[in-house]
Design a protein around this ligand. Structure first.
Ligand SMILES: [Zn+2]
Length: 702
């Protein structure tokens, strides 16, 4: 926390003499630049005004520049304390402002905030680039790194040194000036191409294709709501009286699922899977070919065999070979089940007298028929058991059973929006754990989806613990009429999921900011996904899934239906996902001769993908890897899936879903998550390597 220094007071005094009083008042009263005088020192949301951000960011940047300057100008030889620890302690004010700013820009934004984001982001990015490219700073970090064995450091201190050193190294700090120039050029070109890829894809998705239906007979099979949405879409496109379907998932998927007209299903699905591959101005083949080439060049410049090796080196998996082995273990059984699903659907076609072979655009349609036959689960039957209040009680119950923690609603803690709730999290003995905000429903200014974020990470200051402040933001169905908000089961799982991330933040306990709770991408979803397992356990459902009117616990038959529905179409879902993961890995490890389509075909043939399934993303619209940050990393979702099912199996196999000994160990895993390699942390909990068997079992793939 920043105390106003004498120098700053002097600066403010000068400020008074030569600036308008309004600006001066802002600087004097800027809540970011004073200690927070709120319960648990949470951000004083009621005092923060939009004009406070920019000056506070500027002050934060300047302060960190001074902190870095103090490190590099130190006359003493570099040591752990005067270099590594000092670096770890730098930038606290900037952190404090930007977390509030970016969190609110997601959860409660408006055009002014968005405009401000466009101003703040480049400043913050340039500032962090300046630190990473500061050669005097790197020289000192490297000096400590090279002599780290001689400093008598403990394990966690050594890890801190290595992490910082690697940050610099991966950003090219070890390269010659000439190569650094080259690297900057590659990064720039790659970020332009990635932008281009995304823009092309946007145009191909939203502009270049739509399915216009004029004959009502072609709507056969589609539910009323889907038809109404299509009529609305037509209205928007000034085609009143017709029906328009687009390549957006909410329009595309129901059409594939329900439309009886097979030719039209083919037409829209082709529109979807040909995106970026139409040899027009928005074609992505050349863009991605260039990206693959440049990424390979950059990886080699930085001393790695290929781009996947560069990316995965930082992850729990460590090497591309480990990822391939892992994916292959799931691929073979999943493909077997997908083939069975295909055969079951072909049998329906034959039975109905259809004289054709199932194609990729038929999958959703016949899967839906199969679902009705085998797993019929009616959402309206389920929802009354999942009122938001009951689900929240269910989450609290699971946390209390596992960790003994308690939750108290606090009306005295400031919130950033009237709908956000503040809760104090306490240990069994009443001592403070942290503050948790929950903000459940959609509104203007909140982005879509659900997420967990922090307003303050756990830290230590002069040996004293700083407690975390975390937040869950969702877009759950609102209440309608007299009924409370009732969640569907996806939303229930989302709630448990985000709560798992929140627990990770609340339990983190590490001495250094660079490492505490900082886990690789293929570890991040373990704490969250494991919570979904408790949400779906019959024993737990009986406790919290109670009818909002009668208070009666969910009947066994419904529980069974919920459990069964978890197996529906899992061969397809897993294969579709794994195919994209393997394609991603191939793009970043295998030799490429410039022909994108041939590469994709060779890759998929290599694994024996069946024609009836197309990878969830084909190369020309694989935005996760060519326009997002998931290159050589699309595998992480299922990697975490294996970890969470394996970890949960430990509880189940112990015969006690809330086994106190295991819960204590899992809490240690969360608390110490950044202090060592991901796999080591995991083994410390489980006593062995994770096994893929439990995931296969959960999805009905074995
Ligand atoms: Zn998550």
């Amino acid at each position: 926390m920043k105390k106003i220094s004498p120098v700053l007071i002097l600066a403010l005094a000068l400020f008074v003499s030569c600036n308008s009083s309004k600006e001066t008042k802002t600087a004097m009263t800027n809540p970011f630049l004073k200690p927070y005088e709120t319960p648990f020192e949470v951000p004083p949301f009621n005092e923060i005004e939009i004009e406070h951000y920019l000056p506070a960011v500027a002050e934060g940047i300047e302060q960190q520049q001074e902190e870095i300057e103090a490190i590099t100008s130190n006359a003493e030889d570099p040591t752990f304390e005067n270099t590594i620890l000092a670096l770890d302690h730098s930038g606290i004010l900037l952190d404090r402002v930007t977390t509030v700013f970016y969190n609110l820009n997601s959860a409660n934004t408006n055009p002014d905030m968005q405009a401000l984001a466009r101003e703040i982001t480049p400043k913050v990015t340039a500032h962090s680039d300046n630190i990473m490219l500061n050669s005097a700073l790197f020289k000192r970090v490297k000096a400590v790194y090279d002599k780290r064995a001689s400093f008598n450091l403990n394990h966690e201190q050594l890890r801190l040194v290595e992490k910082f050193y690697k940050d610099f190294e991966r950003n090219g700090a070890n390269l010659s000036a000439e190569d650094q120039e080259k690297l900057r050029g590659l990064n720039q070109e790659l970020s332009n191409l990635s932008l281009k890829f995304g823009e092309n894809l946007l145009a191909e998705t939203n502009k270049n294709f739509r399915l216009v239906i004029e004959d009502e007979a072609d709507l056969s099979g589609l539910p009323e709501g889907v038809v109404a949405a299509a009529a609305e879409e037509a209205e928007k496109a000034e085609m009143s009286g017709k029906w328009v379907f687009t390549l957006q998932k909410p329009s595309l998927i129901p059409f594939l699922q329900y439309a009886d007209n097979r030719d039209l299903r083919e037409e829209i699905y082709r529109g979807y899977f040909m995106r970026g591959n139409n040899d027009n101005e928005f074609d992505n083949k050349e863009v991605l070919a260039k990206m693959v080439e440049l990424r390979d060049e950059r990886a080699k410049l930085l001393g790695y065999t290929n781009h996947a090796a560069y990316i995965i080196d930082n992850n729990m998996a460590k090497t591309p070979e480990n990822v391939y082995d892992f994916l292959q273990k799931l691929w073979t059984p999943a493909l077997e089940v997908a083939k069975k699903e295909r055969d079951e659907m072909q049998a329906i076609i034959n039975r109905e007298g259809g004289k054709f072979e199932l194609k990729s655009w038929d999958w959703w349609y016949y899967a839906e028929k199969l679902r009705k036959e085998k797993y019929d689960l009616d959402e309206s039957e389920i929802k009354p058991y999942f009122s938001l209040d009951n689900v929240r009680e269910g989450v609290f119950y699971v946390c209390n059973q596992l960790y003994g923690i308690q939750f108290e609603r606090r009306e005295d803690i400031p919130v950033y929006h009237p709908e956000a709730e503040a809760w104090e999290v306490k240990e069994a003995d009443g001592s403070h754990v942290g503050v948790l905000y929950m903000d459940f429903h959609p509104r203007d200014g909140k982005r879509v989806g659900a997420w967990n974020t922090g307003y303050r990470r756990q830290a230590y200051k002069e040996g004293k613990k700083i407690y975390p402040v975390t937040s869950i933001v969702c877009n759950f169905t609102r209440s309608a009429g007299d009924a409370p908000a009732l969640l569907n089961f996806d939303e229930v799982q989302t709630f448990f999921h985000e709560f798992g991330h929140a627990l990770h933040g609340l339990f983190t306990d590490g001495p250094y900011r660079r490492t505490a709770g900082r886990v690789p991408r293929d570890f991040v979803e373990l704490p969250s996904q494991i919570m979904e397992n408790w949400a779906a356990e019959p024993e737990v459902l009986k406790v919290y899934a109670k009818h909002y009117q009668t208070g009666e616990a969910i009947p066994d038959a419904l529980v069974q239906k919920l459990v069964n529905s978890g197996h529906f179409n899992q061969g397809f879902a897993t294969v579709e996902y794994l195919a994209a993961s393997l394609l991603d890995m191939d793009w970043h490890t295998q030799p490429f001769n410039g022909d994108v389509l041939a590469f994709e075909k060779t890759s998929m043939d290599r694994f024996g993908l069946i024609d009836e399934i197309i990878p969830r993303y084909r190369s020309t619209y694989f935005s996760h890897i060519f326009a997002g940050g998931y290159s050589a990393g699309y595998y992480v979702y299922i990697w975490a899936g294996v970890l969470d099912t394996d970890a949960f199996a430990a509880f189940k196999e112990s015969g006690d879903l809330f086994n106190p000994e295991l819960a204590a160990k899992f809490r240690t895993l969360l608390a110490k998550s950044g202090s060592d390699e991901g796999m080591t942390i995991y083994r410390n909990f489980r006593g062995q390597d994770p096994s893929t068997e439990y995931l296969l079992e959960k999805r009905g793939l074995k």
